[in-house]
Every structure is written in C-alpha cells, then in structure tokens.
Design a protein around this ligand. Structure first.
Ligand code: NAG
Length: 227
C-alpha cells in the first residue's frame, strides 16, 4: 500500500513537470515585424536618424514578438534577465544596419533593442537566449527581403499608391506566406505602408501561415512613400 508521503511526492513531481511544460508553452508563434522607415518618418511626429547615420532605404526590423493563437501576447516576462549589450557585441554592426532606431532623440539603437528584449524577448527565453534571439531576427530578415519582393512586382517606394491586395500578393509570391500589413497616416492623413508582419514557428527559424492576424485595417489603396 502506498504511503501518504509517497503520494504527496508524486503529486509534487507532477506539479513540477506541469509548471515546466507551461513555462515552455506560453506562446504559440512569433510575429516577425519589419517597418518601412519612409512611413515611420513621414508622420506628423517625424523621426530622428540614428547616431550612426541615415539608415538604408530598406525595411528594418521592428521586432520578433511571441504571440498566442487566441491573439493575446505575453510581455515583460523576466525582470531578472535585463538586456546585456556585451552578449550581442558581435551582432552590433549588423543590428545597426538591419534593426535601426528612428526614435527621437537620436540614439545608437541600444534603447530600442533593450526595449524589444525586455518586453518581447524575455517571453521566449525558454527557446532563445538573448544572443540567439537577436541572431534569429537577423537571420529572418535575410530570408524575407520585402523591398525586393515588392519592387519585383513593380511596387516602388516612390510616393505612389498601390492596392493592398497587390502588396500582399507580391510578398506572398516571394516569401510564400500571406503577411499582415499595418498602415499609419502621414501629416495629410493618407494611409501608407508602415509595417509588415510575418508569422514564425516557435523555434524562431521558419516562416509559417498565421493562425491569427493582428487587428487593424488599411485602406484598399495605400501609399508607399520614399525614404
Ligand atoms: C520550425 O521549422 C523548422 C523547419 O521546418 C523545423 O526544423 C523546426 O523543428 C520547427 N520548430 C518547431 C517548434 O516546430
């Protein structure tokens, strides 16, 4: 006959495994979000170039965001794991060109990357440690060349207006997955191509079909401003 103590031990072990399981299952996929600098800057608020100079006229990384299939997302998951620049020193120059900050006042990017790590990265730390998190985002950026996808389809950052469906179609043709497009508005109130969301599996390595898209709506025709 089992003693009360051994039942208690088994129960505690079970709870322990359940908590481990939950810790590694608190998100279902990532949104990999890239932003068009021309649209970030072409607003009433405007922007500030980073201290390293004007970024390339290309999409830059905004972030890699753990998300749940019900549309919710975890944030600020581990106050004991702050951003540590020394862990990503080998990636700094690549981050400067591919993950540039445009916030004011001008900065070197550390504030932006630190914010992204603290708010989003800590919520996937069971899968990606700090260095791997930034490396994963950089590698996804190499796999998803949005500007090339769009220009190949004749969609150029020239201030012209393009249909939302042609933009989604061009990205789907080049990358293989339908993106979510987020718009913002310029100082005259025109809707423009601001951010592109692609879904990534929980390893942070491969694009997948999105199970859920963020909320928000663009016009059926949107501007693609120059930068
Ligand atoms: C993510 O996709 C890659 C390539 O298909 C695969 O090797 C990896 O196991 C996937 N990760 C998960 C958690 O499904």
């Amino acid at each position: 006959m089992e003693s009360k103590n051994s039942i208690l031990v088994k129960l505690l072990l079970l709870l322990h495994y359940l908590s481990l399981f939950c810790a590694s299952q608190d998100f279902d996929f990532f949104y990999f979000v890239q932003q068009w600098p021309g649209s970030f800057c072409d607003t009433e608020k405007s922007c500030c170039y980073p201290t390293s100079g004007k970024p390339n006229a290309d999409f830059g990384i905004h972030g890699l965001w753990p998300n749940s299939n019900d549309g919710s997302f975890p944030s600020n998951c581990d106050p004991n794991n702050p951003f540590n620049p020394s862990q990503i020193s080998d990636l700094t120059s690549s981050l400067e060109s591919n993950w540039p900050t445009l916030a004011c006042p001008s900065g070197d990017g550390m504030t932006f990357w630190s914010h992204e790590w603290t708010k989003h990265g800590t919520c996937s730390e069971s899968v990606l440690k700090q260095h791997d998190y930034f490396e994963a985002a950089l590698s996804l950026r190499q796999k998803a060349n949005l500007l090339q996808a769009l220009t190949t389809a004749g969609i150029q950052p020239n201030g012209g207006s393009y249909s939302l469906s042609s933009i989604k179609g061009a990205i789907k043709d080049a990358i293989g997955f339908t993106p979510f497009i987020e718009c913002n508005v310029d100082s005259s109130g025109n809707s423009q191509l601001y951010q592109v969301y692609l879904c990534v599996n929980t390893s942070g390595s491969d694009f997948i079909d999105c199970s859920v898209f963020p909320r928000g709506k663009c016009g059926s025709n949107i501007e693609f401003p120059s930068f």
